[in-house]
Structure formats: structure tokens, C-alpha cells
Ligand binder design. Sequence first.
Ligand SMILES: [Ca+2]
Length: 389
Amino acid sequence: MFLVEHNNTKMKFGFVFFIVCAGAVRIQQVENTLQCKAGDGICKQMCAVDEEDTGSCCNINRCCQPRTCNDTILYAQCKARNGENKPMCEVNEQDTGIGPFCNDNRCCEPTTCIDEIDCNCKVGCDSEKEREDQNGLCCKSMKCCKTCNDTRQCKAEGGICKQTCAVDEEDTGPCCRHSYRCCQTPTCNDSLQYAQCKAKHGESKPVCNVNEQDTGIGPFCNENRCCEPPTCIAKVDCNCKSPGFRCYKINEYLDIAGNCSGSNTCCKPCCLTCGGTFNGPEGSFTSPNYPSYYCNNHICRYTIKVEEGSKVMLNFTFFYLEPNMWGDFTDTVQVYDGEISTATLMATLDGGPFEGLEFNSTSNKMTLIFKSDYIGGYPGLSAIYKTLK
Ligand SMILES: [Ca+2]
């Protein structure tokens, strides 16, 4: 029932429209056409691309008018920002706000860099005051420049900013310009001392080993000392002798740590030289072969010289020589305050064993003379010395 009425209504409406249009078609067409023409429009079947469709002409024709919209300026503005004219900006783009364009398009430019707030975005950074942050994102191929003072600081300290410091220069840190380093002439130069040390077959090390001589060369930049090897190093292996046979008393000594099978004795050649000159602020030395037995017929001089104006403290950490049984001064150590003279002899020592005996000099020098006679080897002595201010 409802459908019938509804269809009837449509039929009635269509009928009335037909009557009006059919009855007044000429008048209406003229009116529309006049109205369209009054607006500089033309009634045609289809408007051209550069025309605007402003409505019907009461028939299948449309009223086409020249577009009133002109977006030439907007397009230039958009292009100046490397923007692009498109219906909708993409995810990584932002709407510049330029427009809208006649076709309702938007001007979309690449997303502004997230770091742009931090960066000073420029074509090139000022290498004196700025560092280029290569991770910084600036738009349009600009560089992300950040303030720094490394270059100025390097120059103020006498350095030069370069890509790589030379071998004899000290790398003291970065410069503002990316990947440049601040290179300075080292304040300390020990190449001469090193050459001198090497010429004496010495070695640069923090502390000289026992029986190594501190040559007094230096100090090195790293506070190391130049240590010379002992005057005599027994590099030979043992001359192993059967029990009951002793080391030849003139030119061999008994090495107590020697490696001979069973109870055989390890004999090694005697050093032809001994003693040494000790110029470091502190040091140590021993008698030849210590703690094995010293050789016979030796005279060794140990000369200690510390900084001018200071004094020497000497301590025998161990002492054991052949005792002077009959007043014949078999083996002895003489301690001199300064240079050797009868006036400066502080002590003549023999026997032992004892440890911790100490001597202080009145000047910056001290001299020791170790003597062994023709027979009877003992462990000898071990001593340390220090500088007293
Ligand atoms: Ca002796």
C-alpha cells in the first residue's frame, strides 16, 4: 500500500516537472543562457580544463566560465621552499600552509629536521667556532653546525689543527672542524736521552733492576730511568763438577742456583769487571754473582752520585764476606764519604752475616770498594741507596 503511494508520488512529481519544463522550456533556457552569458560564461556540453563549471543551463549543457582562481604566485612560493604541489602531503612531508591551490592541492615540503632546533643549519660551518654534527639533520643539504671552542683553544695553547698529528707532535684533542685534531709540539722531548741511553746499551724503565746501573741519563718524559746491564753477565751454562771437586779457585765461582744433575756443582766463569756508577736518585746493587759466591782476586768500585746539594743514604740489605780472622784483611768492603781518601773512610767491613747496616754521606757522593783475596768465596753484599734532601 505504502509502495504504491510512494511510486504514485514519484510519478506525480516527474509529471509536474515534465509539465513545467516542457511548458516553460524555452523561457527557462533563455534565462539560464542569459545568466550564464552575463557571467562571461558559455553554455556547452562539457567545460574545458581551464574553465569552471558554474551550473546547469536547464538541459544537458553546463555553464562554463573562465576560472577566477590564479595560483601562479602560490606555486612560485611553494617551489622556493622545494615544496611540491599535491592533493595530500605524505607521511614524511609537512604542509607549508601555502595555498590552497586552485585545484585544492597543498604545498608539501620535506619534513623539517628533528635536530634543527639544536643545529645552526648553514651551507658550511665556521671551523673556528663551530663543529659540524654529521648526525644532525638539516634540510636542503645544509650542514648542522654547533658551537664549539676547540679550535680557538688549540691555537691559544700554541697548537695547530690538522687531520693527523705528526709523529713528534702530541695529539691534545679534537678541533671544531670535523675529524681534525689539535697537534702540539711536545713540551717534553727525550729523543736525545733515548739515543744516549741506547748508545750505552741501556734500557728505559721505571726502576733499574738490582745490579743494573742507573746511568744518570734523563730523566725521560715518562720519568723512566736509563738502566745499563750489569758489567758482567754470566751467560754461560754450568760447568758441572762431581761432588768433591770444587770450582777452580781463580777463575770460576759457585752458582748456588745452577742447574746440575744430582749433587754436582755448577761452576761458572768469573766476571772480569764489577762495580759501577750509579747516578739515579735511588738504586741498588750487589757484589758479583750475588747471592752465589763472589770470585777471588776482585776489586770492585761502586760510585754513587745523587743530585747536587743532596746526600746519600746507603743500606746493606745483606752482608756476608769472609771474616777477617787473623787481622789479614782477607775480603773487605770500604765505605767512603764522597771521593776516596783516607780522610773520608767511614768504615771497613768484613764477616757477617748481618743486614740493615746504614751509612749517610755528608755530600752528594759515596764510594764503596769491595775486595776479595785469593781464596774463600762468600755470598757477598746487597745494598740499596736513596737520596736525602
Ligand atoms: Ca776470600
